[in-house]
Ligand binder design. Structure first.
Ligand code: G3P
Ligand code: MG
Length: 378
């Protein structure tokens, strides 16, 4: 049982700390809860200690995934305390300080099952979303070995919003940006189409520009004022599933695409933007989500509203030293919040090996992680 050691409760009973939990390898292995995970979250929920789930996973809209997770883990989760790999892409609909609004641009979205990621992108507000499957169905010759997947693509594609006419580029469909929302299923088709686009003149499929890849040269079709238009949501080379050994993640696809690019361009630079743990952009986004959720949770509502004391510390509980631990160790919070990294042995990290990024502590599982943290705050 957890001792409620008056853990880190400020005078007014508000905890000055919170948690960020990774999912795969910490709370779940594939679809199965890891022993102790439901109890750990139940304790925090019952004691009003704020937490968020921060995963490099994705493939469904946040609302759909939190409904599943709430059932599986036995605690009420909402979009207010849930961040997936591609959640921060929402910001690019309106644009950010480095990327112009992409709301009305034509974007290619790949990854995940069928066209679920397309529909997530549309729910985020992107208006013109095409998938590699749409392109294959419209132009089957673009990838010769597609017969074995044809019934799969039959049911998950839409007609292109405009034909591709590489002989009349100004009349042709033009792809303005490529997003990998989740692990691609058909690495071959996705690699061929992304390579075609990267080598194209300004995103018109079927054209070729030998200046691409070298951002020092003009008219690199894939830079919008120097900002790469190729976005990846998750760098994980491996992740923990119900297989006993870690499996290749989206980082595996990135490495494979990089290999094809290097072989094709003899090593020209490939401009890309990668988010997801361990990148600071994702930790910053997650910290904002956590701060807002904590204010709602602790501050009460309407006339009962109370001021919320400062968040001093976040315990990041993860299974992957390269993403969860590295990210928490390297993230510099502008709010002065201290991120403490807690590594569990139930996922990618193998006990007895030296973690590539040193956590503040190594514990058996998420239940022990919460007990350890409460003791620190005791
Ligand atoms: O695709 C999911 C995998 O990369 C790991 O996810 O929950 O361990 O960050 P997670
Ligand atoms: Mg994990």
């Amino acid at each position: 049982r957890m001792s409620n050691a008056g853990a880190g409760l400020a005078a007014d009973g508000m905890p000055s700390f919170a948690f960020a939990f990774d999912i795969d390898g910490v709370l779940l292995r594939s679809s199965q809860p890891i022993p102790g995970a439901p109890e750990a979250l139940e304790y925090l929920h019952d004691n009003n200690i704020p937490f968020i789930l921060l995963t490099n996973g994705g493939g469904k809209h946040e609302s759909a995934r939190v409904a599943e997770l709430s059932k599986k883990l036995g605690v009420p989760l909402t979009e207010e305390n849930f961040v997936q790999s591609h959640t921060p892409f929402k910001q690019l609909v309106e644009g950010s300080d480095t990327v112009d609004a992409l709301e009305d641009k034509t974007i290619l979205v790949t990854g995940g099952d069928g066209d679920k990621c397309r529909r997530v992108a549309e729910q985020y507000g992107f208006k013109n979303v095409v998938t590699p499957g749409d392109i294959l169905m419209a132009y089957p010759s673009i990838w010769p070995f597609n017969q074995i997947f044809s019934d799969y693509y039959q049911n998950n594609t839409r007609p292109l919003p405009k034909p591709v006419d590489f002989r009349n580029p100004d009349k042709s469909l033009k792809i303005d940006a490529v997003f990998v929302f989740n692990d691609p299923r058909d690495w071959a088709l996705d690699s061929q189409i992304i390579l075609d686009l990267l080598l194209s003149k300004d995103g018109v499929l079927g054209t070729y520009s030998d200046k691409n890849g070298d951002s020092s040269l003009p008219n690199n079709g894939w830079l919008q004022d120097g900002q790469p238009m190729l976005f990846f949501s998750n760098p994980d080379l491996f992740w923990a599933t119900d297989h006993h050994l870690p499996r290749l993640g989206q980082g595996g696809f990135q490495a494979s695409l990089q290999g094809v690019w290097d072989a094709t361009t003899k090593g020209a630079a490939l401009s890309k933007t990668i988010i997801g743990k361990p990148h600071a952009a994702t930790y910053k986004y997650a910290e904002n989500v956590l701060q807002k959720h904590r204010a709602d949770l602790l501050g009460g509502v309407d006339r009962m509203k109370r001021d919320v004391t400062k968040l001093d510390r976040v315990f990041m509980v993860g299974d992957n030293p390269e993403s969860d631990i590295r990210g928490a160790n390297e993230y510099e919070s502008t709010d002065g919040t201290e991120w403490t990294s807690v590594l569990v042995k139930t996922g990618v990290f193998r006990e007895g090996t030296e973690p590539a990024y040193k956590p503040d502590v190594i514990v058996k599982d998420v239940f022990d992680a919460v007990k350890w943290a409460l003791k620190q705050e005791g």
